[in-house]
Unconditional design. Sequence first.
Length: 48
Amino acid sequence: MEKIIIELKELFKENQIPIRPNRSFERNSGKYRSRIKPKISKNQKDSI
């Protein structure tokens, strides 16, 4: 368990996203959650 925690900490250190002051655009964290996947129709009928 300790080894996993150490690996996670290393990953968090390597993959940081900087928070820059005075950004001109706000970050929209839920931007992609609200998207609805397009409905794709099938070319075949459902079997019984």
